[in-house]
Design a protein around this ligand. Structure first.
Ligand SMILES: Cc1ncc(COP(=O)(O)O)c(C=O)c1O
Length: 401
């Protein structure tokens, strides 16, 4: 066995992050202050968004965005089953109902066709759609926007995987002339394409909404402590609360790391794209795998392959064996995702059967996420492909090897 392990992901951090952290520590102001302001400004301008509000996590970004819709009890929000638990969790926490939807076979993103079927059935009770740009591949934006227009819905995008993702000339989260787009929510969790350890960002084109979201990040206070301390006209100890808020502000320490990460985010995407294309080329001859689509502009956060059932009838068992073998060969893989409707809590609450969403069910059983990160070398990609080939050969019938 080659002794050097290949991780699933590795943050690209170093001297630039350290230098920024030193600046903040020397300044002595550690929580929300000048670094957060600069991080918001630079993030916003890079993707050409009007407003960016930094928060403590991607989950908090989603929660604040949804809270700002002032959902009434019983109102429904549609979200894909093929995603991470953050979206359904915050929908429920805000007293709304979760409606899950199946995935598109091509990229496992939300199925627009299935969403339409739900909207036709649930007419009038759905307030919003919360799609995720899975792995950094954008959802069908035109299809989504037409549904929002037709059924009078708001869109909150989960862009936890999608910094930076481009759709034609536009950036996900940036100005795109999309009247139904309420907000876009990013995550800067440790394994993400841009990381602050923990953190997130909300972008919007609406100034009033931006002001409200900013207020919600810190208990509903009109002004955060940094602004009050800076203000010449008002006593710094005075603040006004006129709405119940959250504790979701980003610290200057996190923002300082974020600023260094922003500098290399576009180069990092280029490097991941090169590695993803190398995977696609080296695996293109395989008839036993479904490869991710080669989408122009993707952030390439994740590289998710799927074993085909026709090659591996006992799909899930073989998928698990392949992942175990790769792990023993020093290659870390992961599973994105076990669909929401198959987790005990959501299954019981929403009264779902595993097979309710066939594309999600099938996708889950065959999916393996291979390592992909900016500093991954060509040789590491070759080694993953070689080890994958070896383990697949062990499980294929002889005539298919
Ligand atoms: C699709 C998706 N949405 C939301 C989140 C939540 O982000 P965070 O961990 O920053 O709260 C994640 C994090 O892994 C995610 O993958």
């Amino acid at each position: 066995m080659n002794s050097k392990k290949i991780p699933l992901a590795r943050p690209w951090v170093g001297t630039e992050e350290l230098k920024n952290l030193e600046r903040v520590l020397n300044r002595g102001w550690l929580t929300t202050g000048p670094e957060v302001k600069q991080f918001e400004e630079e993030f916003r301008s890079r993707i050409k968004a009007q407003h960016a509000i930094a928060v403590s996590s991607g989950t908090q970004a989603l929660e604040l965005a949804l809270a700002s819709l002032d959902l009434r009890p019983g109102e429904k929000v549609i979200t894909p089953s093929y995603t991470f638990a953050a979206a359904p969790e915050v929908i429920l926490r805000l007293g709304a109902q979760v409606v899950l939807v199946d995935a598109d076979e091509r990229d496992l993103n939300i199925s627009i066709e299935k969403t339409r079927e739900i909207l036709e059935r649930e007419s009038g009770t759905v307030r919003a759609i919360l799609p995720v740009h899975l792995a950094g591949h954008p959802v069908d934006i035109q299809g989504l926007d037409s549904l929002a227009e037709e059924f009078g819905l708001k869109i909150i995008e989960d862009a936890a995987h999608a910094y930076p993702t481009q759709v034609g000339p536009n950036w996900i989260g940036g100005q795109q002339n999309r009247p139904h787009l309420h907000t876009t929510c990013f995550s800067f969790y440790a394994n993400k394409t841009l990381t602050t350890g923990e953190g997130g960002m909300i972008t919007t084109e609406d100034e009033e909404l931006a002001q409200r979201l900013r207020k919600l990040t810190l208990h509903g206070m009109e002004k955060n402590t940094w602004k009050r301390v800076q203000s010449k006209n008002q006593p710094s100890w005075e603040y006004e609360i006129n709405e119940r808020g959250f504790k979701a502000n980003m610290s200057d320490l996190a923002a300082a790391v974020g600023l260094a990460q922003l500098e290399k985010a576009h180069r990092a995407r280029e490097l991941r794209t090169e590695r993803a294309k190398q995977y696609l080329s080296l695996l293109s001859h395989r008839k036993d795998l479904i490869l991710p689509p080669d989408v122009e502009g993707s952030s390439w956060h994740l590289f998710i392959i799927r074993l085909k059932r026709e090659a591996f009838p006992n799909l899930m068992e073989k998928r698990n064996q392949v992942m175990t073998d790769l792990s023993e060969a020093g290659i870390e893989t992961s599973l994105h995702y076990r669909p929401i409707h198959m987790h005990t809590y959501y299954k019981d609450l929403l009264k779902h059967q595993d097979g309710d969403f066939p594309v999600c069910f099938e996708g889950y059983q065959g999916a393996i996420t291979l390592p992909l990160f900016a500093q991954m070398t060509e040789e590491e990609v070759e080694r993953v492909v070689e080890e994958l080939g070896k383990t697949l050969a062990d499980y294929l019938p002889p005539h298919q090897r």
